[in-house]
Design a protein around this ligand. Structure first.
Ligand code: NAD
Length: 366
């Protein structure tokens, strides 16, 4: 597991291990601690659940790991022992509906390959559970809409795992942009990629992933441009480059795209599955610049601004932070900062990027 290049790339171990959970949830005040922690069932026990989310759930004040959904019996045994889970809280993908009888589980966190999110989210909703879904929310706008409709019909909340929406260095950059500390934002450069390994993995299969580097890591750059501008793009132009037509037969390898925002801000972004070392963004404004590099790691993100100060705010466990916010929203009956609607909007823009690649010309979104 430690050989996973994606994980090694994203984890800045020292910062990750040392960072305490920040009080005040990266700028959002939490309500009172609940009398009972909400129970979270993890659906899909792959790398992210094993190495990030389950450890994060040991640090959370509002919620705890209360169940698992897995298709692998040996993992079920391992997790039961490691986290003290009762037999009744262990499910496979076909028995998830039985969660309806399990009062210990309030939320299902969907952490399966992208095109399985809808099926697992709807199964959870049908069992009367709230859903927190990993990014990208699904692989088409229609499937995102079906998820939204299903959760709405069930009267349950839906959140998407956009950890950077709570990352304090990102929030500081949003503040610099909003308060025009270095003038008006004009141009944003955002890039994220890694050299993907195993050619047989689901991330390289269209049916499961929906796309390649763009769906997986380009989505972070898209989010950055939307967070910094506070706007939605009106125009997208994109192109794809493949250097390995066999490995990337079904999905994109490297995607470059430009977006224009209503205020006139332009963004220039790259996502790639063929190189390490791209994980940052830079914002050029009328009187200077600011940015983060790295920006998208699990810990250790930091940056600079042209007028001197470093941007280097300790990063709490991003998965604990996003789950605290989502559970706080459920407990206090308020909207989450990362609703399903945001996930759908992003998939709409990713789809427009693919459309632009296919048509070989800009796509208008207004
Ligand atoms: P992974 O391959 O490590 O785990 C996927 C899990 O899904 C495995 O346990 C696998 O057994 C299970 N699974 C169920 N049905 C499957 C099928 N038909 N084919 C393949 N696997 C199946 O993947 P991961 O890295 O944990 O990613 C899972 C989700 O989390 C993805 O949507 C991904 O985009 C997202 N993710 C988010 C972040 C983040 O920083 N927020 C980081 C990594 C992954």
């Amino acid at each position: 597991m430690s050989q996973n290049p994606r994980r090694q790339f994203l984890t800045h171990s020292a910062a990750l291990a040392a960072a305490p959970l920040l009080a005040g949830l990266a700028g959002r005040a939490l309500g009172q601690a609940p009398a009972r922690k909400l129970g979270v069932a993890l659906c899909g026990l792959g790398n992210l659940s094993t190495n990030q989310i389950a450890p994060a759930l040991l640090k959370t004040r509002n919620c705890r790991l209360a169940g698992i959904v897995t298709g692998t019996p040996s993992k079920a045994e391992e997790w039961k022992k490691k986290y003290g889970l009762a037999d009744k809280s262990v499910y496979d993908y076909k028995t998830m509906h039985r969660m309806a009888d399990n009062k210990d589980i309030d939320i299902v966190y969907v952490v399966t390959p992208n095109s399985l999110h809808l099926e697992h989210a709807l199964a959870a909703a049908a069992a009367g559970k709230h859903v927190f879904c990993e990014k990208p929310m699904e692989i088409t706008v229609e499937r995102c809409q079906q998820m939204l409709d299903g959760l709405k019909k069930a009267g349950k909340m839906l959140g998407v795992g956009y950890r950077c929406q709570f990352e304090p260095n990102h929030l500081e950059c949003v503040r610099l942009a909003k308060e025009k500390v270095l003038g008006d934002v004009k141009v944003i450069d955002a890039n994220f990629g890694f050299a993907i390994g195993d050619p047989t993995q689901w991330r390289l299969k269209r049916e499961l992933a929906g796309g390649g580097s763009l769906m997986d890591v380009g989505i972070y750059c898209l989010q950055t441009t939307r967070m910094i501008t506070g706007e939605d793009p009106v125009w997208i132009n994109a192109a794809e480059v493949k250097t390995d037509a066999v490995k990337f037969k079904e999905v994109d390898e490297t995607v470059m795209w430009q977006t224009k925002f209503p205020s006139g801000v332009v963004a220039n972004c790259v996502s790639t599955y063929s190189a390490n070392g791209l994980a940052g963004f830079r914002v050029a404004a009328s009187r200077g610049w600011f940015g983060l590099d790295p920006a998208y790691f699990y810990g250790g993100n930091r940056g600079r601004r042209s007028d001197g100060p470093e941007i280097n705010i300790p990063v709490a466990d991003q998965f604990a932070t996003e789950l605290e916010e989502f559970t706080d929203a459920i407990i206090n009956k308020r909207p989450t900062k990362v609703p399903g609607e945001m996930g759908l909007q992003d998939v709409k823009y990713l789809t427009a990027i693919y459309e632009s690649i296919k048509k070989g010309r800009p796509v208008s979104l207004s």
